[in-house]
Design a protein around this ligand. Sequence first.
Ligand SMILES: [Zn+2]
Ligand SMILES: [Zn+2]
Length: 311
Amino acid sequence: MNKVICPYCGSGLSRKGGYRYSEADGRLISKRFKCLECGRGFSIPISDDVKPNSLPRILLLDIETAPMEVYVWGLYKQFIPHGNVIKDWFILSWAAKWLYDDEILSSIVTPKEAIKRQDRRVMAEIWTLLDEADIIIGHNVDSFDERKIKARFILNKIPPPTPYRTIDTLKVARREFSLSSYKQDYITKRFDLNKKIDTSAFGGLDLWKRCVSGDKEALDIMLKYNKQDIRGLEDVYLKLRPYMRNHPNLGVMMDEDACPNCGSEHLEDTDAFYYTSASKFPVLRCQSCQTPYIRKAKALPRKTTLRSVAK
Ligand SMILES: [Zn+2]
Ligand SMILES: [Zn+2]
């Protein structure tokens, strides 16, 4: 079986894009593919025995939550016991995008659901995405989004989705770089990437207050804001990706000798080696995303082992 290779750029990273049928007799003639590196579409005759690309399902995700309403005795340095909570927080909306796809998926509570603080429908949609994903990417996803989502799953009596790995771009940014701020907002601005909409233009907290009161216009703005963030998140992820040292290893997930960070098999040798106290490994560079790749022996296709035989 042959690999699906892009005829324009030679990349082995593509996604299935449906089928093409003969106009004359409706017979299936070719499979369509979209190259993930150069973005061009191409087709392969149905008679060719090709092994489709098995890039894991990678989801970029971001949620917006509604604030709590609480009783307080003052405005300065308050400790608020849980008994003072009048209305607890819930999830207002989500926006997501499969890596390399153009379409942004999203959803928000209806005005009626907002007033009732009912996010069960929205949570069921998030569940379907998480269940399908192999990797979830988010800015602060580990301590914020994922834990908020799981809290709303269990409160809505929704069982956990199948396991996935996460990539927290906030953690990566903090670990790898010294930047003046680690807010997604700042990173996108600093690297001249997709800009986040400034919520202060909508009156800051006022927008959230209007959302929980079921204001349709405010909910629309919230969703637009949420969707815009996803574009920024994808840009931040792609920008930081070559520097990620603990990216879930895509080569292992795909069972290929491929770039651990992007899954491309377009690798080139360098003169460099990486040393541990016991071993020496060759260093390659991914020609698709520029990640340096330390090739450990177990990543190579299985070889025949030579065994010494007693004479
Ligand atoms: Zn291509
Ligand atoms: Zn790569």
